[in-house]
Design a protein around this ligand. Structure first.
Ligand code: HEM
Ligand SMILES: *[C@@H]1O[C@H](CO)[C@@H](O)[C@H](O)[C@H]1NC(C)=O
Ligand SMILES: *[C@@H]1O[C@H](CO)[C@@H](O)[C@H](O)[C@H]1NC(C)=O
Ligand SMILES: *[C@@H]1O[C@H](CO)[C@@H](O)[C@H](O)[C@H]1NC(C)=O
Ligand SMILES: *[C@@H]1O[C@H](CO)[C@@H](O)[C@H](O)[C@H]1NC(C)=O
Ligand SMILES: *[C@@H]1O[C@H](CO)[C@@H](O)[C@H](O)[C@H]1NC(C)=O
Length: 331
C-alpha cells in the first residue's frame, strides 16, 4: 500500500515536472535547425551585423522587438503581424509601439531563409536570434545562447499589447507583478531593464517626471541637474519627433553605464527609477554596475524571456509563417 502510494506520488511528480518544463520552453533546443537549416546562424548573423554596422540605432530596435514579442502572447512573432483591413488592429499598432522598428531587417532575413530552407525557420526564432546578434555585433561574438524551435502564432491584438507591456511610468509593485506573471523574478527585472543602456525614449514618455505635481517641479527621485538637462531637450507640450538617450553617457554602447547612472538617480523612466525603491532590486542595481555581473545575468534572463509562452507546433499550436507580416492561409 505504502509502495503504491509512493509510486503514485513519484509518477505525479514526473508529470508535474514535465508540464512545468514544457511551460518553461523545454521544447526549445540549442540546435533545432542542425539538420534542416544548418546555415541559419550564419545568415541571421551576417544580415543583422551588416544592418547594425550601417545603422547602430537598429540594435536597440531589434532588442526591443524581441521583448515586445515575448511579453504579449509569448515569443511567437505576433508583434510582426500587420493589421488587416477588417476590425483587427494588431499589436504593432498599439500605443506602446512607439519606436518599435527593425521589421525590415526581419523581412530581409526571412526572405533569404525562405530561399535556402523554405518553410523551415519560424519568424519567432529569427526575432530571438536577430536580437542577440544585434547586441553581439559590438563584441564580435555571440553574447548569449539562443535556443530555437519556436512556432509562429496566428493572432495579434493591439489591446493585448496595451495590457501586457508595462508602462514607462510603472512603479516597482506593478513591474514586479507583470514580470512575475511571466515567470521572471526580480533579478530578471533588473537585468532586463539594463537593456535601457542603449536606445532612446520620447519626451512624452517621461514628461511627468519633469512636472511631477503640475507646478513645474521635477520628480524628487530625479537628480536635479539631470532634470535640468532633460528640460533643455524637451518642449511642453512634447514634440513627438524628439527622443532622449535612455543612458545619457553611452546610448549606443551595450555596457553597464545604465546601472551607474541609475545609481546616481539618473534613470530616465519612472520604471527605471522604481528599481531603487525596493531594497532587493536596489541591491541588484548596485551589483550590476560591474559589466561582467550584468552581462552574465542579462544573458540568462534573455534566455528565460525567450522561452515565454513558446508554441510547440502541435495541432493548432503555431505554424511556420511564410511571410512574417501575415498569418498563413488556413488550409
Ligand atoms: C521593465 C519594464 C520596461 C518598461 C516599463 C520599458 C519601457 C520603455 C519605454 C517607455 C521606452 C521608450 C519608448 C519610446 O519612447 O520610444 C523603452 C525603450 C526601450 N526599451 Fe524598454 N521597457 C521595459 C523593459 C525592457 C526590456 C525587457 C527590454 C529588452 C530586453 C527593453 C528594451 C528597450 C530598448 C532597447 C529601448 C530603446 C528603443 C529604441 O531606441 O528604439 N525594455 N522602454
Ligand atoms: C471582427 O471581429 C469579430 C470578432 O472578433 C470576428 O468574428 C470578425 O470576423 C471580424 N471581422 C473582420 C472583418 O475582421
Ligand atoms: C503606432 O501606432 C499608431 C496608432 O496608435 C500608428 O498610427 C503608428 O503608425 C504606429 N507606428 C508604427 C511604427 O507602427
Ligand atoms: C503602483 O501602481 C499601481 C497601478 O497604478 C497602483 O494601484 C499602486 O497603488 C501603486 N503602488 C504603490 C506602492 O505606489
Ligand atoms: C506643468 O503642468 C501644469 C498642469 O498640467 C501645466 O499647466 C504647466 O504648464 C506645466 N509646466 C511645465 C513647465 O511644463
Ligand atoms: C555621465 O558621466 C559623468 C562623468 O563620468 C557623470 O558625472 C554623470 O553622472 C553621467 N551621467 C549619466 C546620466 O549617467
Amino acid at each position: 500500500m505504502r509502495l503504491v502510494n509512493l509510486n503514485f506520488v513519484f509518477v505525479s511528480l514526473l508529470v508535474l515536472i514535465e508540464v512545468v518544463s514544457v511551460c518553461n520552453g523545454r521544447v526549445l533546443s540549442p540546435a533545432f535547425y542542425r539538420r534542416s537549416c544548418p546555415q541559419i546562424g550564419r545568415i541571421v548573423r551576417s544580415i543583422t551585423w551588416s544592418k547594425v554596422a550601417a545603422n547602430p540605432t537598429l540594435a536597440a530596435k531589434l532588442l526591443r522587438l524581441h521583448y515586445h514579442d515575448c511579453f504579449v502572447r509569448g515569443c511567437d512573432a505576433s508583434i510582426l503581424i500587420d493589421s488587416t483591413s477588417g476590425n483587427n488592429t494588431a499589436e504593432k499598432d498599439a500605443i506602446p509601439n512607439r519606436s518599435i522598428g527593425g521589421y525590415d531587417v526581419i523581412d530581409e532575413i526571412k526572405t533569404k531563409l525562405e530561399e535556402e530552407c523554405p518553410d523551415i525557420v519560424s519568424c519567432a526564432d529569427i526575432v530571438a536570434l536577430a536580437a542577440r546578434d544585434a547586441i553581439s555585433y559590438q563584441f564580435g561574438r555571440p553574447m548569449w545562447q539562443v535556443l530555437t524551435g519556436r512556432k509562429d502564432g496566428r493572432v495579434s491584438l493591439a489591446t493585448e499589447a496595451s495590457r501586457d507591456l508595462p508602462s514607462g511610468n510603472a512603479n516597482f509593485t506593478t513591474l514586479q507583478q507583470q514580470f512575475a506573471g511571466l515567470g521572471l523574478n526580480i533579478i530578471d527585472l533588473v537585468a532586463l531593464s539594463g537593456a535601457h543602456t542603449i536606445g532612446v525614449a520620447h519626451c512624452a514618455v517621461f514628461q511627468r517626471r519633469l512636472n511631477a505635481t503640475g507646478k513645474g517641479d521635477a520628480d524628487p527621485s530625479l537628480d536635479p541637474e539631470y532634470a535640468q538637462f532633460l528640460r533643455t531637450q524637451c518642449t511642453t507640450p512634447p514634440n513627438p519627433a524628439v527622443a532622449v538617450a535612455l543612458d545619457a553617457n553611452s546610448s549606443v554602447a551595450f555596457d553597464s553605464h545604465y546601472f551607474v547612472g541609475l545609481s546616481h538617480n539618473k534613470g530616465l523612466l519612472r520604471s527605471d527609477a522604481a528599481l531603487l525603491t525596493d531594497p532587493r532590486s536596489a541591491r541588484v542595481v548596485k551589483s550590476f554596475q560591474g559589466f561582467h555581473d550584468f552581462m552574465a545575468n542579462f544573458g540568462l534572463s534573455m534566455k528565460k524571456m525567450g522561452a515565454i509562452g513558446v508554441k510547440k507546433g502541435a495541432r493548432d499550436d503555431g505554424e511556420i509563417r511564410k511571410n512574417c507580416r501575415v498569418v498563413n492561409a488556413a488550409n
